[in-house]
Ligand binder design. Structure first.
Ligand SMILES: Cc1cc2nc3c(=O)[nH]c(=O)nc-3n(C[C@H](O)[C@H](O)[C@H](O)COP(=O)(O)O)c2cc1C
Length: 412
């Protein structure tokens, strides 16, 4: 079932083609319903955020105070900085009107008249597409009093974190804020604000048009609907695909991805981008579901799936992840600023056969501290990929220790 990618790419900017397929019917229905009821409909659909954290969308909208005399804002998060993730870009290219409609419905639900789309710096070509879609919707008088403004990022992973994103829109350096207060209470210019991912917003028109039950009848009860995945690495067919949640990862790799490249054996998968945990080949029956992946030691995150074949060196991979974090830490809080660098140093030492058991124990201690004390999700999420990689592929890490320290010591 296609809830998201149901349009023809060549019709992306033909608003009438979109309307013929039921486009803007969800918005029409929403406007015939009191805002509070729109939120209830989204709540009962079970829709959860597709940006990574999986927070229930209807609940998030319900946190915005209902009185109409205070300004409030809605922001679409199109920062998409998670490595290996390009689903939001795909949605904007293929179904930009779905995003405009979802944004207009959610703006109506919280009674906002100002919306922003925060676009990743590396996606400048989307600006024209989105502007055209917004203008077409305006010309059809579909947006009423809603203004949608586009803002560009400047190439920082941390600016996808909602409070850093808000700082960036305000014109400040894109650093995260201390929470609480949360954006629903004090967000953009200290006013109530909702930040939602592109894919989350693109699910909303279906819910309003077809009803909450139609949406929740697809996929798993815990995380209903479909999920856009970006399949990368050692598979025959890489790309962005829409799959029903609950589909086993094995089926995704074999049926959608055409199997592991060149008939090699599968070694591992990493789900959720660089901040996601690793799973071993023996775990590929795990369904694509938020809770199931967490239970298996991974995470659904943004839905990027990295397939790794038997030839891959897990120590090198771990180093690349640490290198990404080291470069992307914004430096505002000490645990992340120092921790990403020190963690990267230890992993480099392992890679160069210079580490001993004490270094590895220090690394695990560091990961624990960062998870508990880093200011935002960037520093906190350094833990999962590094910890799961070292734990699952302990032997490979041990082999790099042995040559220098004489061997035999356990490292986790
Ligand atoms: C370092 C970091 C980067 C993030 N990048 C993104 C991003 O690119 N896009 C996104 O939608 N959410 C991103 N998030 C999550 C957002 O903070 C926020 O939870 C999300 O936009 C909420 O939307 P949702 O409820 O629809 O998922 C990021 C979080 C962190 C900690």
């Amino acid at each position: 079932m296609n809830i998201l990618l149901d349009g023809r790419p060549e019709e992306a900017l033909r608003i009438h083609a979109y309307m013929l397929r039921g486009g803007y019917q969800g918005l029409k229905r929403a406007r015939q319903t009191p805002p509070q009821q729109v939120i209830e409909e989204i709540k009962s659909s079970g829709l959860r955020g597709r940006g990574g954290a999986g927070f229930p969308t209807g609940l998030k909208l319900s946190f915005i105070p209902q009185q109409e005399d205070t300004p409030r804002y809605i922001i679409c998060n199109l920062d998409e900085g998670e490595p290996g993730t390009y689903k939001d870009r795909t949605l904007c290219e293929h179904v930009p009107h779905k995003l405009v409609e979802g944004l207009a419905i959610c703006a109506y639900a919280i009674q906002a008249t100002q919306a922003f789309i925060y676009c990743r710096a590396e996606y400048p070509y989307l600006v024209d597409v989105l502007k055209q879609a917004i203008n077409q919707a305006k010309q059809e008088n579909l947006l009423e009093n809603l203004d949608i403004e586009l803002r560009m990022g400047a190439g920082a992973y941390v600016c996808g974190e909602e409070s850093a994103l808000i700082e960036s829109i305000e014109g400040h350096r894109g650093n995260p804020r201390f929470k609480p207060p949360y954006p629903a209470g004090q967000g953009l210019w200290q006013q109530p604000t909702v930040v939602l991912n592109v894919e989350t917003l693109c699910n909303v028109p279906f819910i309003l048009r077809e009803g909450a039950d139609a949406f929740s009848s697809v996929g798993t009860p815990d995380y209903p609907g479909t999920k856009l995945i970006t399949l990368n690495g050692d598979v025959e067919h890489r790309g962005c695909f829409e799959v029903t949640t609950g589909t086993p990862i094995k089926e995704i790799i074999e049926t959608v991805g055409g199997g592991v490249r060149q008939g090699r054996a599968l070694k591992a998968i990493q789900v959720g981008g660089s901040s996601g945990g690793f799973l071993k080949a023996s775990q590929i029956d795990t369904p694509l579901d938020f809770a199931a992946l967490q239970k298996a030691g991974g995470s659904l995150g943004s839905g990027a799936i990295l397939v790794l074949d038997e030839t891959r060196d897990m120590v090198d991979l771990c180093f690349n992840i640490a290198d990404f974090y080291r470069k992307e830490s914004c430096g505002k809080c000490l645990p992340c600023r120092e921790g990403c660098y020190r963690g990267w140093q230890i992993i480099r030492k392992i890679q160069q056969h210079q580490a001993n058991q004490q270094d590895v124990e220090n690394l695990f201690l560091l990961l624990d501290v960062m998870k508990e004390t880093a200011l935002c999700g960037l520093g906190q999420s350094f833990y999962l990929p590094i910890q799961s990689c070292i734990t699952l592929f302990e032997e490979e890490f041990q082999a790099k220790l042995r040559t220098e320290v004489g061997g035999g010591e356990r490292i986790s």
